[in-house]
Design a protein around this ligand. Structure first.
Ligand SMILES: NC(=O)c1ccc[n+]([C@@H]2O[C@H](COP(=O)([O-])OP(=O)(O)OC[C@H]3O[C@@H](n4cnc5c(N)ncnc54)[C@H](OP(=O)(O)O)[C@@H]3O)[C@@H](O)[C@H]2O)c1
Length: 357
């Protein structure tokens, strides 16, 4: 079931550039089409190896251009779904040619001059009127899914601290991550005895992830820099604080990569300033937009949540040691949709609706 908001057809059609047509870029095109977002012109950019390939989109045949050398003048928006290196090297050049640069990569998220936006949570960080220019950053997929789940509870009771474990899918690492996980799974499927009784032979090679993903769980999502947190854990902490404008919010997080193709899950213990009994939390979550509440033994799981635009929450329980100041939550979201592309399209629609472009 998709959450299709009202079409923006009554507004002026916008000219959109899309850099990257991998897992997230393809979803962006799919969601723009589902929502019938009012687009005047669409251009698609990627690496030189993709130049000249044709993308069929609505009634158009769009020929892919070289992202590094293209002239972006005349576009209203450019959505970047290439990596942080592309964002580092090209964001300012592209924004300097006119379009607003909406970045899904990590690169600009901690630059305080760049808004870090989840349109359904903090639209107030954009100007109320006038035109937006420059760059807008989108938060990490796990952060985004967690923040969408927590936002209505935070509005009601005020977040005081978070203790989180994540269970992150392999499509979080794009097409290369998905392919590596698939190849490993195929290689290991006939080696069940080794998986049950201990590994006799070498595990298939991995290069995209820092550990094997097939039939495995490794608390090494992202890379391990010099301190004791992985890059994914640092992103979760820093970006959650920025999104909620709580720069000192205590957050303990462990990010785990698991052998699941799509959907990130989070087990969250949230502490609140105010009392928040579980019945009240149910009431709040049931009425919250972009959220599906699951009760009792109806438990959200990646295999059922994949392909949906909502963040699914289940197992809502009062904390044993925090009492009515704490809740345990199980949160699941499609990392390619609400974790990425849905948010990017929401950003486009927000800019159109508020006439900021
Ligand atoms: N996957 C997720 O769950 C997720 C969620 C949130 C944010 N993100 C972010 O979204 C971005 C895309 O992720 P993805 O999963 O879609 O990755 P992906 O499947 O690997 O696709 C990446 C796309 O970017 C293009 N690209 C890569 N480097 C480029 C460069 N230097 N110049 C131009 N194009 C380049 C590739 O072009 P070719 O087709 O020519 O190879 C490809 O189309 C990343 O920044 C990622 O961190 C991903």
């Amino acid at each position: 079931m998709q959450n299709v908001p009202a079409s923006s057809a009554q507004h002026r059609p916008v000219s959109i550039g899309l850099v990257g047509r991998g897992l997230v870029g393809s979803k962006v095109l799919e969601i723009l089409q589902e929502r019938q977002t009012s687009i005047g012109e669409l251009r698609v950019f990627a690496t030189p190896r993709s130049v000249g390939q044709i993308i069929e989109w609505q009634d158009h045949r769009v020929s892919i251009e070289d992202a590094a050398t293209a002239d972006y003048s005349g576009l209203d928006l450019v959505i970047n779904t290439a990596d942080g290196n592309f964002a580092r090297d090209h964001a300012d050049r592209i924004a300097g040619q006119g379009p607003v640069f909406i970045d899904s990569s990590f690169y600009w998220r901690q630059d305080t001059t760049v808004p870090l936006l989840i349109p359904t949570i903090n639209p107030q960080i954009l100007p109320a009127k006038g035109k937006v220019s420059g760059k807008i950053a989108k938060s990490n997929c796990t952060t985004t899914i967690g923040a969408i789940a927590l936002n209505p509870l935070h509005n009601a009771a005020g977040l005081k601290s978070l203790t989180v474990s994540t269970y992150q899918s392999t499509s979080g690492q794009g097409n290369p991550g998905t392919q590596e996980h698939l190849a490993q799974t195929k290689a290991m499927i006939s080696r069940v005895d080794e998986l049950i009784h201990g590994q006799q032979k070498p595990y298939p090679e991995f290069t995209i992830f820092p550990a094997g993903t097939a039939f495995n769980a490794a608390p090494l999502a992202g890379t391990m820099p010099a301190d004791d947190h992985t890059t994914e854990e640092r992103k979760y902490i820093n970006e959650t604080r920025r999104i909620f404008d709580l720069p000192k919010l205590p957050i303990d997080v462990t990010c785990v990569r698991v052998g699941v193709f799509n959907c990130h899950c989070l087990s969250i213990l949230a502490e609140f300033e105010q009392l928040l009994p579980v019945e009240k939390a149910h009431e709040i979550l049931e009425g919250a937009s972009g959220i599906v509440l699951h009760r009792d033994d109806d438990v959200p799981q990646p295999i059922f949540v994949a392909g949906t635009d909502q963040v699914h929450i289940g197992r809502v329980r009062q904390s044993n040691h925090l009492g009515e100041h704490g809740l345990n939550l199980w949160v699941v979201g499609d990392n390619l949709r609400p974790g990425a592309a849905t948010n990017l399209v929401d950003t486009v629609e927000l800019l159109i609706k508020q006439e900021l472009i």
